[in-house]
Design a binder for this molecule. Structure first.
Ligand code: NDP
Ligand code: 2IT
Length: 451
């Protein structure tokens, strides 16, 4: 039995329905790091894997709030503080009806290795709630956020745990959460990142994840001897924070970003997505993409239910580079085959774990340049750390400074991942490179810090 199989066997009991995505994330990492475990016995001697896959603590709490009709609503809140070997716990909050402990464990686990790859002093965490901000008034969102923070504030702090946004949590939610924290603690401190700029946020934090994913792709294409993105057709899924800013940077670089999608359907606009309209629909009106074609009849809107089951319309559009930026497991093996047959050259994960394991294997075996989430979307959390640094020093950095540091960080991660893959005999495999490089740093810190 291989080392990876032996290690995975130890965790078989945790492969229950709720832990499915967590197990998926863990399995990928264990297979990737097998060469490291084989070459250096210290990681097994110190039981690093056994220790790494168990969160330091999982905080679970009730959130009660009053809706606009004066009905009492009850939700569940979580914070999974996974690992702080490298720095304070750091990672986003997700508000979505699908949220449960298993999803947050998967996201928190990925965050440990992602944050390690940035080279910055931040540990890994994730949190959130099954609360659905969709269709709620601002007042209801505020009520929910206040109640959520009434409990969460006990467990966070600028040197302890610094949450940020994720699906369903943007500047509005972070603002309300920050306001409540401030009220309870009477302190104005960098306890959350992704704050609006005028009260402590960093310039470019909203853009960072999408821009960073594109910077990563540019570097990867250059290193792999491929043509740049200029003039190339790119497909993007999602229509939230990450997708919008990936589209924006692609357009700035002269690429043709032809798609976006939400939970109800996909827009295909062969002349290039109208970003101003997209921002208006998604950030201002908070509505569905179907209204895009009202002013753009030349574009196509494909509702989810009208597409054959088992595949996703957005990945059936021929492209040079694909950017899954919506959610986990949104790109499966059927989608991967469609992309490959249509000649895709690179796939960059803007979302967390958007490709299924079979899809990832297909991309790797067909030598598609594949940028895994924990490396490619690390720009968001990197700029979050820049926000922490600005808050701690009571200073403000310019847009140019943050952009330059973001670009440097993404280029550094890309090169480090590629070099690590080469060192461990899997040249061109950015999945293994990212997992080994991310794991090694955290594991070495855990050994140095003792049990
Ligand atoms: P947003 O809430 O801003 O946007 C999410 C988008 O994905 C929405 O368009 C949403 O559609 C769509 N979506 C969500 N669930 C589904 C689904 N099941 N099927 C199809 N579409 C779906 O979130 P973000 O853009 O911030 O996050 C997107 C991804 O990027 C997530 O995986 C997140 O973990 C990851 N990420 C985010 C970072 C950040 O800085 N924000 C940093 C790194 C990773 P609808 O509008 O219909 O709900
Ligand atoms: O998945 C992620 O990296 C995020 N949602 C951002 C985390 C952060 O702390 O900025």
């Amino acid at each position: 039995m291989s080392i990876a199989d032996q290690e995975i066997k130890k965790f078989e009991n945790s492969n229950c329905a709720e832990n499915k995505v967590f197990y998926q994330a863990m399995e990928e990492v264990i297979y990737s790091i097998a060469p490291l475990l084989e070459s250096d016995s210290k990681y097994r001697d110190h039981s690093i894997l056994e220790r790494l896959v168990v969160p330091d603590r999982v905080i679970k709490f009730k959130v009660t709030w009053l809706d606009d009709q004066q009905n009492i609503q009850v939700n569940t809140g979580f914070r999974v503080q996974f690992n702080n070997a490298l720095g304070p716990y750091k990672g986003g909050l997700r508000f979505h009806p699908s949220v449960n402990e298993g999803i947050l464990k998967f996201l928190g686990f990925e965050q440990i290795l992602k944050n390690s790859l940035t080279g910055l002093p931040i540990g890994g965490a994730k949190g959130g709630s099954d609360f659905d901000p969709k269709g709620k008034s601002d007042f209801e969102v505020m009520k929910f956020c206040s109640s959520f923070m009434t409990e969460l504030h006990k467990y966070i702090g600028p040197r302890m745990d610094v949450p940020a946004g994720d699906i369903g949590v943007g500047a509005r939610e972070i603002g309300y959460l920050f306001g409540e924290y401030k009220k309870i603690t009477s302190t104005f401190e960098g306890v959350l990142t992704g704050k609006p700029f005028f009260f402590g946020g960093s310039l470019m934090r909203p853009e960072a994840t999408g821009y960073g994913a594109v910077y990563f792709t540019e570097t990867m294409l250059e290193m792999e001897g491929k043509e740049s993105l200029e003039g190339k057709v790119c497909t993007i899924s999602g229509a939230g924070n990450v997708a919008l800013h990936a589209i924006e940077k692609l357009q700035q670089l002269g690429a043709i970003a032809v798609s976006c999608s939400d939970s109800k359907g996909t827009i295909h606009d062969p002349r290039g997505v109208d970003l101003d309209l997209l921002k208006e629909l998604k950030l201002v009106k908070r509505t569905s993409l179907e209204f895009y074609i009202e002013t753009h009849p030349e574009a196509e809107y494909i509702p989810v239910e009208e597409y054959p089951e088992g595949a996703h319309a957005v990945w059936d559009i021929p492209c040079y580079a694909a950017f899954p930026c919506a959610t986990q497991n949104e790109l499966n093996d059927v989608d991967a085959q469609n992309l490959i047959v249509n000649g895709v050259v690179s796939v960059t994960e803007g979302a967390n774990m958007p490709s299924t394991p079979k899809a990832v294997n297909d991309f790797l075996s067909h030598k598609i340049c594949f940028a895994p989430a924990k490396a490619a979307n690390a720009g968001g959390v990197a700029v979050s750390e820049f926000e922490m640094a600005q808050n701690a020093s009571m200073s403000k950095w310019s847009f140019e400074k943050v952009d330059e540091k973001l670009k440097e960080t993404m280029q550094m991660i890309c090169k480090r991942v590629a070099l690590t893959a080469k060192d461990y005999g899997v040249e061109g495999n950015y999945v293994d490179g990212a997992n080994i490089a991310g794991f090694k740093k955290v594991a070495d810190a855990m050994i140095a810090e003792g049990i």
